[in-house]
Design a binder for this molecule. Structure first.
Ligand code: GLA
Length: 388
């Protein structure tokens, strides 16, 4: 039985009502890491792993929520929401709070959550959940929230209620995903372009370190602050600069001596990653995946050495692939400090590569490697009720 059917059944048996079902996917990011909150560019795609919510109005004044995969429940009144140590209800409460602030009338509701986006693997299970809930509430109460507003308020929910100052990439990819396409997103204007990425004979493979990124949120917020510090310094020389997006490599190099060396490294990484992404899009247009793959390695080395958000396990998995003829490119993906590497691998070599990497990884790092192949799918949508 698939997830949608399962939560539909669970919802009916718990609440005796027929729910709406919404699916909102996790994402991969081909290149452009830690650029989104610097107003730069990213190249994500929505995948075949998603968060699902079954939802219907509550029969009383209280919201009853169920996390099916955790076997956990939560009840709350909409005017008494506050941060919960349980974790998962914060993603729902954060979205409700943002909808209310934007003037949308949210009434008490019941929901059942589930999903198959691996948690802590850097595939944005939290953004998927926020977008699923926001979209579901909009459908349920006929709020007609636009897709762009949904993305923005889901991001704000993460920033303000959950407390991670993440950029807009994850929510955008979840909501705007398109089957067989990556999204080239300008994170300043939110203009975007779909890139067909049916790469004949090549699979997008994720290797999961099995390291949960516990440092991720505090270090993430520190990186963001360091980038802002760099911008403030450069603004003294050119007040038109609003973000690292506006800074050229030449300009920052001219002012290198004024920088704290760590802040300099953070900033130059971001500037170079934006440039790398532009070149990588050129590669995709020409169908030059070899060159694209080399830029993925470039991105990894920048994240490891200059931005310092990698970890031994991620580095090990990327280095392993360097001498593999079947791997075109590899790099850590997402916030860092654990999670997955993303690899472009020749289809016929995927299984053999995984077997060898799994053995080597166990010996080197003492951990069990997991692999997912990412199929690029459509973004957030209602699942047709006729199917149940
Ligand atoms: C996390 C954040 C995103 C983005 C990436 C790094 O996934 O949620 O907004 O900043 O890290 O690229």
């Amino acid at each position: 039985m698939n997830i949608a059917n399962r939560i539909h059944g669970l919802f009916q048996s718990q609440f005796g009502q027929k729910p709406l079902i919404v699916r909102s996917p996790g994402r991969v990011n081909l290149i452009g890491e830690h650029t989104d909150y610097n107003n730069g560019f990213v190249l994500p795609a929505a995948v075949d792993k998603a968060a699902y919510v079954a939802i219907a109005p509550s029969q009383d004044e209280v919201c009853h929520w169920i996390a099916a995969d955790l076997n956990d429940t939560f009840t709350v009144r909409l005017n008494e929401m506050k941060f919960s140590e349980k974790g998962w209800p914060n993603y729902i409460m954060g979205v409700v709070e943002q909808l209310q602030r934007a003037g949308y009338a949210v009434k008490p509701f019941n929901c059942v959550m589930s999903g198959d986006v691996p948690i802590g693997a850097g595939m944005s299970s939290s953004a998927a959940m926020e977008c699923a809930v926001g979209f579901a509430l909009s459908e349920l109460f006929k709020l007609t929230v636009s897709r762009t507003d949904l993305v923005k308020l889901a991001q704000k929910a993460e920033n303000e209620f959950v407390g991670v100052k993440s950029g807009i990439m994850d929510q955008f990819a979840s909501v705007f995903g398109k089957k067989d396409h990556a999204i080239l997103l300008d994170c300043r204007s939110l203009e975007y372009e779909y890139f067909p990425i049916k790469m004949a004979g090549i699979r997008i493979v994720l290797m999961d370190t099995d390291v949960k990124h516990s440092l991720a949120s505090s270090e993430y917020n520190t990186r963001r602050a360091q980038c802002e510090e760099g911008v403030r310094l450069l603004q003294k020389h050119d007040p038109t600069i609003q973000s690292l997006r506006d800074v050229s490599r030449e300009f920052i190099l001219q002012h290198q001596r004024e920088f704290d060396p760590i802040v300099f490294n953070r900033c130059i990484y971001v500037i170079e990653e934006n440039a790398r992404l532009q070149s990588a899009c050129g590669d995709l247009k020409r169908g030059d995946l070899l060159s694209f793959g080399q830029r993925m390695y470039g991105s990894h080395y920048g994240l490891r050495d200059m931005y310092e958000v990698s970890c031994a396990e991620l580095d090990y998995l990327v280095s392993f692939t360097v001498t593999e003829e079947a791997v075109l490119g590899a790099r850590m993906m997402g916030g860092g400090f654990g999670g997955c590497t993303i690899n472009l691998v020749k289809e016929e070599a995927v299984e053999d590569l995984f077997e060898r990497m799994k053995k080597a990884y166990k010996i080197a790092m003492g951990k069990d490697l997991k692999m997912y192949t990412a199929v690029i799918e459509d973004g957030t949508a209602l699942i047709n009720n006729a199917k149940f």
